[in-house]
Design a protein around this ligand. Structure first.
Ligand code: NAP
Length: 297
């Protein structure tokens, strides 16, 4: 740690070890801001940069990261699945989820991990005191994040995983793993299923993993009647821009506890950071800092 005038900072020098986020696009990502704050605060000689990699160039990018001495990386949309065959080893959870969001440098190449589902669970545990054991879970959407969250919840003892999605085959892909490989009951429904009301009313937690309601489409909302929600339920929207979605507002009006996606974003990052550095990052002001940044951009 050095001073530049009055400002205390780590300078990049000849010994700085780089990390990166790889995706397409990556311009919206909050991870560079968050991880560089963590490195600065802890006085670690690292820097974290965004690398936008055009489709067709992922293999070259991973090889380049290795050659250039990168300590690790995050992998984001659309490469979380495509990166798997490029890695010599991945964790058992990443294997079950079928996606990798974190690379850690080892002797013979990068090891792949998935911290998305665990990050989601850690955020709810720390910020809401919510634990998955024995809970009935309803997930809206069946994409990459639904998969990571559904499988992680099942691994942590959720009672039932219900997926509501347009594409039922995609939903079935998640419940098959949950049932056959973890032994937790799974159900799938389309949005027009007449049982939808019962399913939503029965859920202990409702998790929106669709992009409906995300900036700039802030008036959109998943196609369910929010009058079905009740005060005993927790409603989580993975969206964090806006910080409060229309779904969250309507759920709050029904008396639900609500949470946005910033917690998941922060804690998946915390878990990646620990894999890279073995250290616990400082979290006192991080949520407020990211909220302020989002309110400005
Ligand atoms: P994804 O793989 O593209 O999946 C999106 C899902 O939403 C799909 O199941 C899709 O249904 C459904 N969907 C999309 N448009 C829809 C519509 N008009 N009506 C009904 N369903 C619709 O995306 P993802 O990676 O899972 O990300 C999903 C959301 O989570 C995004 O908003 C993303 O920003 C957010 N996210 C947040 C975090 C965080 O840290 N907070 C992390 C990851 C993702 P079909 O299968 O039927 O097409």
């Amino acid at each position: 740690m050095y001073f530049y005038g009055e400002v205390k900072m780590n300078f990049i020098n000849g010994k700085t070890k780089p990390l990166a986020i790889i995706g397409y696009p990556v311009g919206h990502s909050l991870s560079p801001l968050m991880h560089n704050i963590f490195f600065q605060f802890l006085g670690l000689n690292n820097v974290y940069i965004p690398l936008e990699i055009k489709p067709g160039h992922l293999q070259a990018a991973i090889e380049a990261l290795w050659t250039l001495g990168f300590m690790g990386a995050n992998i984001t949309i659309p490469y979380k699945e495509e990166v798997i065959p490029l890695l010599p080893e991945i964790s058992s959870e990443a294997e079950l989820i079928g996606a990798v969001n974190t690379l850690v440098r080892k002797e013979n190449g990068f090891r792949g991990h998935n911290t998305d589902g665990q990050g989601f669970l850690k955020a709810l545990s720390i910020e809401k005191g919510w634990e998955p054991h024995g809970k009935k879970v309803v997930i809206l959407g069946a994409g990459g994040s639904a998969r990571a969250i559904g499988i992680s919840l099942a691994l942590k003892g959720a009672h039932k995983i219900t997926i509501i999605n347009r594409n039922l085959l995609r939903a079935r892909g998640i419940t098959e793993i949950v049932e056959k490989q973890i032994g937790v009951h799974g159900e799938i429904f389309g949005w027009n299923n007449p049982m939808l009301e019962r399913v939503i009313r029965e859920g202990d937690i409702i998790i929106n993993t669709t992009p409906l309601g995300m900036n700039p489409n802030i008036n959109e909302i998943p196609p369910l009647d929010t009058k079905w929600l009740s005060p005993s339920q927790l409603l989580v929207d993975l969206i964090y821009n806006p910080l409060e979605t229309r779904l969250m507002k309507e759920a709050k009006a029904q008396g639900c506890q609500v949470s946005n996606g910033l917690g998941m974003l922060i804690y998946q990052g915390v878990l990646s950071f620990k894999l890279w550095t073995g250290q616990e990052p400082p979290l006192e002001n991080i949520r407020e800092t990211l909220e302020k940044y989002l309110n400005k951009v």
